[in-house]
Design a protein around this ligand. Structure first.
Ligand SMILES: NC(=O)c1ccc[n+]([C@@H]2O[C@H](COP(=O)([O-])OP(=O)(O)OC[C@H]3O[C@@H](n4cnc5c(N)ncnc54)[C@H](OP(=O)(O)O)[C@@H]3O)[C@@H](O)[C@H]2O)c1
Length: 237
């Protein structure tokens, strides 16, 4: 077996939740390959202040709408051994079934890209795992966010199908966050007000999400699961 360090590839891994998965991975002793599209500045600045992670963080820039599987090939050129894949990249925007262009873009990033990356990963890696990042509210109907939610539901089903198809060499699970970080649509008070509609009366902390992440990375009997970390939000009508 190769002596290269074990690494986790995280799509959109240089900021927000993706970067929290990266920090959790580094703390668990893994190297990380952080994919990004527009900027890796936040991650680079943080790594500069954490010399203990020198040589353990790699960056790959790519628009995932173009040949996503080539990302896995590029990782093979790095001095690390890929063991985990986190499909985290996402587009959070409104659109319904009358907007077919929007529907296609949602399916592209939330379904076809993770499907292609997952197949390429599973073909090349034995004893690995995949974590898909879905959304706790994917199952609730809401016409403004119809395409986003449907595409995340496809990702949930993809998780189950990958888990059965890629076993026994590769485990596949999903984390379905509720409201964790404000988006440009729900900033400030409007984000805080979401708590009133959540059964546990709070939005979910980043720590709660990374705890689920650590569980899925380390629990070698868990596959095909979708863990909702949302304070019970998906239970509400
Ligand atoms: N934040 C929450 O509270 C929350 C709640 C529920 C679910 N989630 C899920 O958790 C994950 C992370 O959420 P987040 O809020 O931290 O992320 P986010 O702000 O939605 O960012 C997603 C990232 O995906 C990248 N991306 C989009 N299209 C891409 C493409 N074609 N090629 C390459 N990169 C692309 C974006 O890159 P650019 O920056 O370059 O555009 C962006 O950095 C997502 O899957 C999201 O659906 C988050």
């Amino acid at each position: 077996m190769s002596r290269l360090p074990k690494a986790i590839l995280i799509t959109a891994g240089t900021k927000r939740l993706g970067f929290h998965f990266a920090q959790a991975s580094l703390a668990m002793g893994y190297s990380v390959v952080l994919h990004f599209r527009s900027s890796n500045r936040t991650a680079r600045q943080w790594v500069q202040h954490h010399p203990e992670y020198n040589g353990k963080v790699f960056y790959l820039q790519q628009d995932l709408t173009e040949q996503p599987q080539s990302l896995i090939q590029r990782v093979r050129e790095l001095p690390c051994r890929l063991t985990g894949l986190v499909n985290n990249a996402s587009l959070f925007s409104r659109g319904d079934l009358f907007n077919q262009t929007h529907l296609r873009s949602m399916l592209e990033i939330h379904f076809f890209t993770p499907a292609q990356l997952g197949a390429c990963f599973a073909e090349q890696i034995s004893n690995g795992w995949i974590i898909n990042i879905t959304d706790a509210l994917a199952c609730r109907s809401n016409t403004s966010w119809q395409n986003y939610r449907m595409s995340k539901l496809f990702l949930e089903e993809l998780t189950r199908q990958q888990a059965i198809r890629f076993a026994p060499d590769c485990r596949v699970n999903a984390i379905a966050p509720g409201a964790v970080l404000p988006s440009k649509d729900t900033k400030g008070a409007s984000f805080r007000n979401l708590a009133a509609n959540i059964p546990l009366r709070k939005t979910s902390s980043v720590a709660a999400i990374t705890e689920a992440f650590r569980f899925l990375v380390t629990n070698t009997s868990c596959t095909g699961q979708i863990i909702r970390i949302d304070g019970g939000w998906h239970l509400t009508a």
